[in-house]
Design a protein around this ligand. Structure first.
Ligand code: HEM
Length: 122
């Protein structure tokens, strides 16, 4: 049996650290910071940690909202989505994950684009 990326990289405590670094990068981006102005970051980081656990084939403890519902009011552009995805990719790279593992995680993250990016026609 192949080990999950969740166990390979140290489970929830390691993912919690990645998530912390990830939001540091996101909040350091002038074009992104306004989205998070009124957001309870502690709760968001817990939800994001649980989301990434699933993306790394770990346990499913996700209790956040459906991603479409959570992001709809922000009218997020393709460009901002890509910037957030880059922040995550950079974080995982700096944390020393193997390139192919980062690619696998980013592929899962990529599947959320349709739910997160705002489409004028909807
Ligand atoms: C790259 C893929 C992304 C993933 C996997 C993701 C995932 C998540 C998750 C799991 C939550 C928690 C939902 C909840 O608490 O119910 C969330 C909330 C949030 N996300 Fe994202 N997100 C992504 C991209 C973005 C982008 C591009 C932006 C803005 C530019 C953004 C802004 C937010 C904000 C502001 C919240 C808090 C919403 C609230 O508490 O009302 N996210 N996201």
């Amino acid at each position: 049996m192949t080990e999950s990326l969740f166990s390979k990289y140290g489970g929830f405590s390691a993912i919690g650290k990645f998530v912390h670094e990830f939001y540091k990068k996101v909040l350091a981006e002038p074009s992104l910071v306004h989205y998070f102005k009124d957001v309870p970051m502690q709760r968001l980081m817990e939800h994001q940690t649980n989301f990434l656990s699933i993306a790394m084939s770990g346990p499913d403890r996700y209790e956040g909202r459906d991603l479409l519902l959570a992001h709809k009011r922000f009218e997020i552009s393709e460009e901002d989505f890509s910037l957030v995805a880059e922040c995550l990719e950079e974080t995982l790279d700096e944390a020393g994950l193997d390139e192919e593992d980062i690619a696998a995680i980013m592929a899962v993250v990529g599947t959320t684009r349709e739910q997160i990016v705002s489409h004028d026609s909807k």
